[in-house]
Ligand binder design. Structure first.
Ligand code: F6P
Length: 404
């Protein structure tokens, strides 16, 4: 068993659900082993500047009990700083000096792929660190804390928006965070029974989207006794345009990790739909038949964008993320005690702590598009001609992989 007296906890990258449970999991497990834990504040910015800090926050029983695990965000704070990008040739010496100053022997670092790449870097330099996977984007190989909270929030927002959509007979486009993958849009969209889900993994044919919209939305309004209907599109912020380029807001610049800020997917989708509505010879007839047509005033159904932005990752944590966060934080302490470094916690099942090399854990994971055909057979549009779902069957063997 490695001799560790003090563990530093770092949360890095974007805030999200479950992180406070990770912090509490580390602190309580460490305490149970007679080890102290402290907060290294504000992600890697704090790690870099640790040497200059007058003190660090000790996670003793009293301080830990003041952290609310069901709140999203992180008591440890965040930054999007990548150590390797700091233009200071003495940066690693500076980090070591900071850790020595506060007697920190090991680190538990929770974050996504950029954060994980620093874990790989630091552990290769001899620092003991364990990675707890965290990203609402769900683009890591293992489950990452924050994903479930976000998916639930998206599903709730989208479902709630239906009342506005129905009241105004609007077509609504909801753009959600998720960077270059469609996990959050897909799972949140299905969770809310969205009509159409557009993700970066599927090149979108807007004629297909329009045909689906026409059948679904026109049909809904026409059949309704009060002539009410809506059509909801959930679009991932990382959607690509017809030439396969991600829609980037050049004016928004880059974040501290150097990533371009994404924006404009919902606007792009709205424009594509409006263009087709305007060109549709059946539209005036539909508006007249449903009693909506007012010449020069209301000739087209409204298409509106809604961009919840950070609302999808703030506020509260789902119970699942609190469970996972607590367990993963505690598991990270056990891995450190086992002398492990550069490893990512994958799961805790029974008394088995699964872990893998952080380098592998942070490999980009996209939506498995094979699964989309199943939802297509249930009526969801993914912006492509629906494909038949051709299942394969497998005898599941025990133990079945599970999160709980
Ligand atoms: O990495 C998580 C994430 O929420 C992405 O989905 C999104 O693109 C990005 O963070 C937004 O970052 P920020 O809060 O720094 O603007």
């Amino acid at each position: 068993m490695a001799s560790i007296k003090r563990i530093g906890v770092i949360t890095s990258g974007g805030d999200c659900g479950g992180l406070n449970a990770v912090i509490k999991g580390v602190a309580r497990e460490a305490y149970a082993h007679g080890i102290e834990s402290v907060i290294v504040p504000n992600g890697y910015a704090g790690l870099y500047n640790l040497v200059d800090l007058p003190e660090v926050v000790l996670l003793n029983a009293e301080r830990v009990s003041r952290i609310e695990a069901s709140l999203a965000g992180s008591e440890a704070g965040h930054s999007r700083v990548k150590i390797s990008k700091i233009p200071d040739p003495q940066k690693y010496e500076r980090i070591r000096a900071g850790l020595a100053k506060f007697g920190i022997d090991a680190l538990v670092i929770s974050g996504g792929d950029d954060t994980g790449s620093v874990v790989v870097d630091l552990s290769a330099r001899g620092l003991a660190c364990i990675h707890v996977p965290k990203t609402m984007d769900l683009d890591l190989q293992p489950y990452s804390v924050g994903g479930d909270s976000t998916v639930n929030r998206i599903a709730t927002f989208v479902r709630d928006l239906k009342t506005t959509g129905l009241s105004h007979n609007r077509i609504l486009i909801v753009e959600v965070f998720g960077r270059y993958v469609g996990h959050t849009a897909l799972r949140g969209g299905i969770g809310a029974e969205a009509d159409c889900i557009l993700i970066p993994e599927v090149p979108v044919d807007f004629d297909v989207v329009y045909q689906h919209l026409k059948t679904t939305y026109f049909g809904r309004v026409t059949r309704s006794d009060v002539k009410a209907g809506t059509y909801i599109v959930v679009v991932a912020e990382g959607l690509r345009n017809a030439s396969g380029e991600t829609l980037v807001d050049e004016a928004a610049g880059v974040d501290a990790f150097g990533h371009k800020r994404l924006a404009g997917a919902a606007r792009y989708v709205r424009q594509q739909i409006e263009k087709r509505l305007k060109a549709d010879p059946d539209l005036a007839d539909f508006m007249k038949k449903t009693g909506m047509w007012v010449p020069g005033v209301f000739e087209l159904p409204e298409v509106r964008e809604v961009t919840p932005g950070h609302l999808v990752r703030c506020g509260g944590s789902s119970a699942f993320d609190v469970n996972f966060g607590y367990a993963a934080g505690a598991a990270a302490v056990y891995l450190l005690l086992e002398g492990k470094t550069g490893r990512t916690v994958v799961s805790v099942t029974g008394r088995t702590i699964s872990h893998m090399a952080t380098e592998q854990a942070i490999a980009h994971r996209e939506v498995d598009v094979e699964e989309l055909a199943l939802f297509e057979s249930l009526g969801t549009c993914f912006g492509r001609a629906p494909r038949p779902f051709t299942p394969e069957f497998a005898d599941a063997t025990l133990p079945i992989p599970r999160h709980f």
